[in-house]
Design a protein. Structure first.
Length: 224
């Protein structure tokens, strides 16, 4: 069967699955980690939990994670799946992250998907909190208005890059060759060398052509 590329998450993660996936990408929750979850799927799922279910702990840790690891996110895919989100709050959040990390121009498309009006993280009382405490410096003046102190920033809540690269092979390969679908394909082939090109492309949301080339290159190395 021909491969039809889709960058959208294959399915929505349930609460327990999402917690395990977040642990798998380096957020220090208690529990068992999923083995090498897809990074962009997990970021979107965590943002939905944080913004639509008002889980500020998840949102705080996710924001800290992004500040540490954004260089290794496949920005093009993240922008596409966020743009198709039905949540204005989710789009405002990722646009705010893009504004915060504006030096990384890969995230500029996230800004184009933001809602027309600034969004308040908090519902009732949000404006009062901003007047009283000021804005979180990471989000100040951006698409999402966040009062200072609401999303705590604790680097110890997130694995550093060196530690994450040791147990998440896709992240490892993104460090080696840059945040690309090709990097994720190398990791997938390490786990399952017998994957077909179509299945490799499907699992990593990449193109068939890239998957075929990765398989070819992996075969060259195996025959050395």
């Amino acid at each position: 069967m021909a491969h039809r590329r889709s960058v959208q998450p294959a399915r929505v993660l349930g609460q327990d699955e999402l917690t395990s996936a977040m642990i798998g990408i380096g957020l220090n929750f208690g529990g068992r980690a999923t083995d090498e979850p897809n990074i962009e799927d997990t970021l979107l799922g965590a943002a939905i939990a944080g913004l639509e279910e008002d889980d500020l702990r998840v949102l705080a840790m996710l924001t800290t994670w992004f500040g540490i690891h954004s260089s290794y996110v496949i920005a093009s895919r993240l922008a596409k799946i966020v743009a198709q989100s039905g949540s204005d709050r989710v789009r405002a959040y990722f646009a705010a992250l893009a504004a915060w990390r504006s030096a990384d121009h890969r995230f500029a498309p996230l800004l184009r998907a933001r809602p027309e009006r600034q969004t308040d993280l908090l519902g009732a009382g949000g404006q009062f909190q901003v007047q009283r405490r000021g804005e979180d410096e990471r989000f100040a003046g951006g698409p999402l208005r966040v009062p200072a102190g609401v999303l705590r920033d604790r680097p110890q809540d997130v694995l550093p890059p060196a530690a994450l690269a040791k147990h998440h092979r896709a992240y490892h390969w993104r460090v080696v060759m840059g945040p690309t679908f090709r990097a994720d394909m190398w990791a997938a082939l390490e786990r399952e060398p017998a994957l077909t090109s179509a299945e490799l492309a499907r699992r990593t949301y990449g193109s068939y052509a890239t998957a075929w080339r990765v398989q070819r290159d992996a075969g060259v190395l195996r025959t050395e």
